[in-house]
Design a protein around this ligand. Sequence first.
Ligand code: G3P
Length: 220
Amino acid sequence: MKFFIDTASLDQIREAHALGVLDGVTTNPSLMAKEGISGEENVLKHYMDICAIVDGDVSAEVISTDLDGMVAEGEKLAALHPNIAVKVPMTRDGVKAIKHFTGKGIKTNCTLVFSAGQALLAAKAGATYVSPFIGRLDDVSTDGVRLIEQIRTIYDNYGMDTQVLAASIRHPMHIIQCAEVGADVATCPLSAILALFDHPLTTIGLEKFLADHRKAQKVR
Ligand code: G3P
């Protein structure tokens, strides 16, 4: 399973990249706003900066909601760097835009997916990635990981190439559960990736190894 980081923070992207386990980045308008990135020029520059850090796909979301606007914006984003995947919302015009980008060989990420039917539509339009938001489903008492499992089954039934990108991940167990049910990608906050490293027995075990080593040096 690939690990993407779900942030527009260059510092966090650098930190995750330095761990050696990062395969890509996803952003969205909320994450860009959180970093204070606004204005077309600054937005495009920010995506270029991200692409310079990570050698993997970087999802850049369109703001337009009509087909012509999404196509114009997406083509501009895709022209920035070969690793850009144009992120498009799951709407009728969004699916049409995905079909358009697919025909032009432009990578896409269909976002705001909350049902298996929506995931099926995204795959039929040729989306490179589909982003089911598992945390937001959990928030409304619906099993987000179960949706990943359903989409996995449907795509495997028909040999659909669209990659299942589990999004809206909130904690390390989400990552593990997504890996268990066969998500292709998990896009995670840095905190969830870092939490995977931790186990109290690892900490205690290392302390004991080092204490024993120190003791042995004194005995000599
Ligand atoms: O990138 C989209 C997604 O990961 C949003 O996550 O935490 O805002 O539900 P969240």
